[in-house]
Design a protein around this ligand. Structure first.
Ligand code: APR
Length: 245
């Protein structure tokens, strides 16, 4: 089966919920994490993307995050993001649950969106709780390697979920509820390695739903998926949207 087979599965198994990971944004120029050329091949997440690392040396974490926020801000949604927004507007995708913090689904037009790892939309002062929108943070980063808080001079923390940090409770509860109700969970561009999100396919299967996966690499659920397409998310989802809408 190819994109046509996936299109048939989406049409025949409603509601369809989509779970996305970093692989959906690589065609927007944003590297993923666990591919051989991914970010974690160069940086140790414990040193740059954990709450402990931020608390120990926030300036070091911002040396990693400063270029990353600039890259995410300059990236544009690709055909995969746009296809999911079109399928949602056509009533064929109920919601998108994303692990990505790049805001590309929102910018592509997805509305029923669950950001389980939060996003770069804001940064917050860990000392006094003041919140700053992304464009203010990006402007600050032009003159500083780590953005200070206006009120108490502490270094702001990006509002993305770091390793060792709790996920937003409402978002993860909504994600599990969507997975339970989905007749089809379509996973796009995720290695399904990071919990609790990696347990969402199990939730769908246990509730009698079906699984489809679009991912260039292997995932632990490949053998339990109705369909696994190992190709480019932008190409495949673009073809599915062309076929269905
Ligand atoms: N089309 C389809 N699949 C792709 C593409 C593409 N164009 N590009 C990459 N992939 C696949 C890779 O082969 C890989 O299997 O996408 C998957 C991305 O997996 P990860 O890099 O592990 O990303 P993700 O699953 O989103 O990671 C989950 O881990 O580091 C944390 O917080 C971070 O949200 C992230 C979480």
């Amino acid at each position: 089966m190819d994109a046509s087979g996936l299109a048939r599965l989406v049409r025949a198994n409603q509601p369809c919920v989509v779970l996305t990971g970093a692989g959906i944004s690589t065609e927007s120029g944003i590297p993923d994490f666990r591919s051989p050329t991914g970010i974690w091949a160069e940086f140790d997440p414990a040193d740059y993307a954990s709450l402990a690392a931020f608390r120990a040396d926030p300036a070091k974490v911002w040396r990693f995050y400063k270029p990353r926020i600039a890259m995410l801000t300059e990236a544009e949604p690709n055909a995969a993001h746009l296809a999911l927004a079109i399928l949602e507007q056509a009533g064929l995708v109920e919601a998108v649950v994303t692990q990505n913090v790049d805001l590309l689904h929102e910018r592509a037009g997805s509305r029923n969106l669950v950001e389980v790892h939060r996003s770069i939309r804001t940064a917050t002062c860990p000392a006094c709780g003041s919140s700053y929108p992304r464009d203010v943070v990006v402007a600050r980063l032009e003159h500083a390697d780590a953005p200070p808080c206006d009120n108490c001079d502490a270094i702001l923390k990006p509002d993305v979920v770091f390793f060792g940090e709790l996920l937003p409770a409402a978002a993860i509860e909504r994600a599990f509820e969507l997975a339970r109700r989905a007749r089809l969970l379509l996973v796009v561009g995720s290695s399904l390695e990071v919990h609790p999100v990696a347990a969402l396919p199990e939730e769908t299967l246990l509730a009698g739903g079906r699984l489809a996966i679009v991912d260039k690499g292997p995932t632990p659920y490949d053998r339990r998926a109705e369909l696994k397409l190992e190709g480019n998310a932008a190409e495949i989802l673009g073809a599915v949207a062309d076929e269905l809408v």
